[in-house]
Design a protein around this ligand. Structure first.
Ligand code: HEM
Length: 179
C-alpha cells in the first residue's frame, strides 16, 4: 500500500496533537489503587525511562558519526532504533505518570531545575513532529529537505534526551509521592 504524503502529514499532525493532550490529561486523572508490589514495579519505570533517554542520546550521536562517514545504512538503522526507543519511552512514561503523581523537587538549585524541566517538556512536544518529519524525509531519500530538518531535529532531540536524564538525576533523593 502506498500511503500518500498528504495522509502521512495528517497522521503526523494527529500524533503530534494527541501525545501532548494524553500526557497533560495524565496529570488530572486519579491514580489507580495498586498493590505494594505493583507500586514498586511502577516506580522502577522512572529509572527505565532515564535509561531509555540516555541510550537514545548515544544512539543519536552514533547516527551522526555514521552519516558523517557516509554510511547511510547504519545511519538509517540507528535512527530507526532511536525512533523505536522513543515509542517505548512514551509508553513507559504514560504508564508511570498514570500511576504515580509527579515528584516535588526537594534539593538546591530549584531555578535551574525548573528551567531544565520546562525547556525539556516544551521541546519534548516540539520534537514529536520534527522527528517524524525528519524520519519520513530521510526514508524517502528526499535528501535536501531531510538535511535541512535534521539540522534542527538532531540537536533538539539530543537536548531532550540529555535533559530527561538530568531531571531524573536531579530528583534523586526526593521522597516519592504516597500512592
Ligand atoms: C529522525 C531520524 C533522523 C535523524 C535525526 C537524522 C539526522 C541526520 C543528520 C544530522 C544528518 C546530517 C545533516 C548535515 O549536517 O548535513 C543527516 C543526513 C542524512 N540522512 Fe538522516 N536522520 C534521520 C533519519 C534518516 C533516515 C531514516 C534515512 C534513510 C536512509 C536518512 C538518510 C540521510 C541521508 C541520505 C543524509 C544526507 C547524507 C549526505 O549529506 O550525503 N536519515 N541525517
Amino acid at each position: 500500500m502506498n500511503i500518500s504524503d498528504k495522509s502521512l502529514k495528517y497522521l503526523i499532525i494527529t500524533i503530534s496533537i494527541v501525545i501532548p493532550v494524553v500526557v497533560t490529561a495524565l496529570r488530572y486523572l486519579p491514580s489507580p489503587e495498586l498493590s505494594a508490589e505493583a507500586t514498586a514495579q511502577i516506580r522502577g519505570l522512572s529509572k527505565l525511562n532515564a535509561i531509555i533517554n540516555g541510550t537514545t542520546f548515544f544512539i543519536l550521536i552514533g547516527a551522526w558519526f555514521a552519516i558523517k562517514n557516509k554510511n547511510i545504512g547504519l545511519h538509517k538503522k540507528l535512527t530507526t532504533v532511536a525512533m523505536v526507543l522513543s515509542v517505548l519511552f512514551l509508553l513507559s512514561y504514560i504508564v508511570y505518570h498514570f500511576c504515580v503523581p509527579h515528584i516535588e523537587y526537594c534539593n538546591e538549585y530549584k531555578t535551574l531545575y525548573l528551567f531544565i524541566l520546562i525547556s525539556h517538556i516544551a521541546l519534548s512536544a516540539v520534537i514529536v513532529p520534527l522527528a517524524l518529519y525528519t524520519y519520513l524525509r530521510g526514508s524517502k531519500m528526499e535528501v535536501e529537505r531531510h538535511r535541512k530538518l535534521a539540522k534542527i531535529t538532531w540537536p533538539l532531540w539530543l537536548y531532550v534526551t540529555a535533559t530527561g536524564v538530568i531531571v531524573y538525576l536531579m530528583l534523586d533523593g526526593c521522597p516519592p509521592p504516597q500512592l
